[in-house]
Structures are given as C-alpha cells and as structure tokens.
Design a protein around this ligand. Structure first.
Ligand SMILES: [Fe+2]
Ligand SMILES: [Fe+2]
Length: 180
C-alpha cells in the first residue's frame, strides 16, 4: 500500500466525514472511519500490481474505466496486507467509485464522504455534505449526480452501475416526493 501525501490527507478527511455521517445516521462509526481511511488504498498502484488483485471476471479490454479499478482491487489488497476481512467495509469500498443498484446506508455514507469531504472544492460539495446530514439518501443522489455530471462534462465513461443506482434511487425519492 503506497499513498501519495495528498491522498493520505484526502483519506483522513473521508474517514472523519464518514465517521460523523455514520454517527448521525446510526451506522457503525468505527467501520465507517476504517472504510474511509482505506477506500483509496489502491489508488496510486501501477496497473501491473493492481491487476493481480482484480476480480477474475474483469478484463482491461472489456471494462474501459481504469479510474475505478482501484475500488475493485482494494478489498483483496486490504485482506492480504492487513489481514482485515470485513464484508461491510469491503462492500462500501468496492462501490465507492461508481455506486451500485443496491446501496446500503453504510455504502452511501462512504460514497458521500468521498465525494463531499471538506477538502473538495467543487461548488456543490458543501451542499451535498449538508444535505447528507439531514437525509442520507438525498445526499447520496446529489453526490451521484455530481459524479455523473462531471463525467458527462469531461466526456468520461459512465459505469452502468452508476446509472442503475441513479434510476433506482431517483425513482424512490420521486415516489416519496422528496426531489421535486
Ligand atoms: Fe477512489
Ligand atoms: Fe477517494
């Protein structure tokens, strides 16, 4: 595990943000801190190292979003390097880069903390953070929107899981009259 100094600072901020969010929403604060701390542990690894930790069904050629490989590889690295085996933490880290159709509240805590930690300087970060404290699901959909908008703006590739997540969450929120 090798992290650049800015990445360490980001990870510490995500850990603290995740811990606070977890406390407010009745999730496990210690696990949230750990998940935040470790979520980007594979972010600075070269592809040759990363590839041996990826799930076997992933091929570089048919999965053209290298930015999310670090999330997929992280659980195996954490297990091997730290001997830590915690599936709630693994799940949240596994999905922190894309979201997925079935996000648990704990997954959302880590996702939102990553996008909106206080060091993030895009304009909506503060609003996402604040909204997430009063309603985690609204905070999550705003965080996911920021991610998808960024990818659209920069001509990035959007993971299907992100779109599946968007469709499921936005349908539920609209049904409850929360987004309009
Ligand atoms: Fe990440
Ligand atoms: Fe991150």
């Amino acid at each position: 595990m090798v992290l650049s100094p800015p990445r360490v600072a980001h990870s510490l901020r995500v850990a603290e943000e995740a811990e606070h969010l977890a406390a407010v929403h009745g999730e496990d604060t210690f696990r949230a801190y750990l998940a935040g701390l470790l979520h980007d542990c594979a972010r600075d690894l070269p592809w040759e190292t990363l590839r041996e930790f990826l799930p076997p069904y992933i091929q570089e050629s048919d999965f053209p979003i290298p930015e999310i490989f670090h999330a997929l590889a992280a659980p195996a690295i954490i297990e091997r390097e730290l001997g830590l085996r915690d599936f709630r933490i693994f799940r949240a880290i596994r999905w922190h880069a894309t979201g997925c159709e079935w996000m648990s509240a704990f997954d959302k805590v880590v996702f939102v903390a990553d996008i909106a930690e206080p060091g993030r300087d895009f304009p909506e970060a503060r609003e996402i953070r604040q909204r997430a404290y009063s309603d985690l699901r609204v905070g999550y959909i705003l965080a996911l929107r920021a991610k998808i908008e960024y990818l659209l703006r920069t001509y990035g590739v959007i993971a299907l899981e992100s779109l599946r997540s968007w469709n499921r969450e936005i349908s539920m929120l609209r049904k409850e009259g929360k987004m309009l």
